[in-house]
Design a binder for this molecule. Structure first.
Ligand SMILES: NC(=O)c1ccc[n+]([C@@H]2O[C@H](COP(=O)([O-])OP(=O)(O)OC[C@H]3O[C@@H](n4cnc5c(N)ncnc54)[C@H](O)[C@@H]3O)[C@@H](O)[C@H]2O)c1
Length: 252
């Protein structure tokens, strides 16, 4: 029996990186999976990967910062699979590295819109559908940059501290109604997000690697394992928790 056998799980940002690994892990552990992303090609590939292993998945195109898109995605989830039990709100973007006083307003707004407002919008439309079936479990992807300050990432850090904040608020609000809400805070993980940073700022990636206590970046699958466990009944008393999965990166 898989950890989430028989459940319906929705994963945003599932066309690549951590989200794809999470979608695959939910499917491996027995869930039917809704792959949500604004990248149609990558989303379709994730669905194909799940189907190749005998799993069941659908792709829903959605920009998580767009309220109408998010509501439609939740409706499509229920149309496809009849219910929603687990949600991994993971879609996120990085911005250019710049000092706070030099940060561009449009970049600030874009990061807050996708990373923070997108997480709130997803929960806003997931919670009523979970309550309709008696409960559920949500995990939001924050970051190590939502636990400690990271120079050069003012809006990214603010968005991820915000994700941890709204996670705790929502956990308290719905604890008595059968919904658990946690976050996962990855350290630096080898995905296209880090590849892009390597192109624009190789020194920053070298610094991340040099200061990594385990001498390596994390793998997307190592975050996916935490997300699936947090959404499973094995984590039945874990609620309002920001789980750091960072190879001791923030332990100093
Ligand atoms: N890679 C890291 O080092 C790292 C560390 C800490 C936290 N995170 C967080 O993990 C999450 C996943 O990041 P990743 O490293 O897998 O990045 P990634 O760039 O590989 O994947 C991000 C996915 O999100 C999707 N996405 C972006 N904006 C979207 C939008 N508006 N609507 C719908 N989908 C959208 C992209 O299309 C992509 O499929 C993000 O929230 C990121 O902030 C990443």
């Amino acid at each position: 029996m898989g950890l989430v056998a028989g459940k319906v799980a929705l994963v945003t940002g599932a066309a690549a990186g951590i989200g794809r690994a999470s979608a695959l892990a939910f499917a491996r552990e027995g869930a039917r999976v809704v792959v949500v992303d604004d990248d149609t090609e990558g989303g379709g590939k994730t669905v194909a990967m799940i189907e190749e292993t005998g799993g069941s998945a659908v792709f829903v195109e959605c920009d998580v910062s767009d309220a109408a898109d998010v509501e439609a995605a939740m409706d499509k989830t229920v149309s496809a699979f009849g219910r929603l039990d687990c949600a991994h709100n993971n879609a996120g973007v990085e911005g250019p590295m710049a000092l706070t006083a030099e940060y561009e307003e449009d970049e600030w707004d874009r990061l807050i819109d996708v990373n923070l407002k997108g997480t709130w919008l997803c929960m806003k439309h997931e919670i009523p559908r979970m309550l309709f079936r008696g409960g559920g479990a949500i995990v939001n992807t924050a970051s190590f940059a939502g636990v400690v300050g990271v120079e050069g990432l003012p809006s990214y850090s603010a968005s991820k501290f915000g994700v941890n904040g709204i996670t705790k608020v929502t956990a308290l609000e719905y604890a008595s109604m059968g919904i658990r809400v946690n976050s996962v805070c990855p350290g630096p993980i080898q995905t296209s997000m880090i590849d892009r940073l390597l192109e624009t700022n190789p020194a920053a990636v070298a610094e991340l690697l040099a200061s990594a206590p385990m001498g390596r970046l994390g793998r997307p699958e190592e975050i996916a394992e935490a997300a699936v466990w947090l959404c499973s009944d094995r984590a039945s008393f874990v609620n309002g928790h920001a789980m750091v999965v960072d190879g001791a990166f923030t332990a100093r």
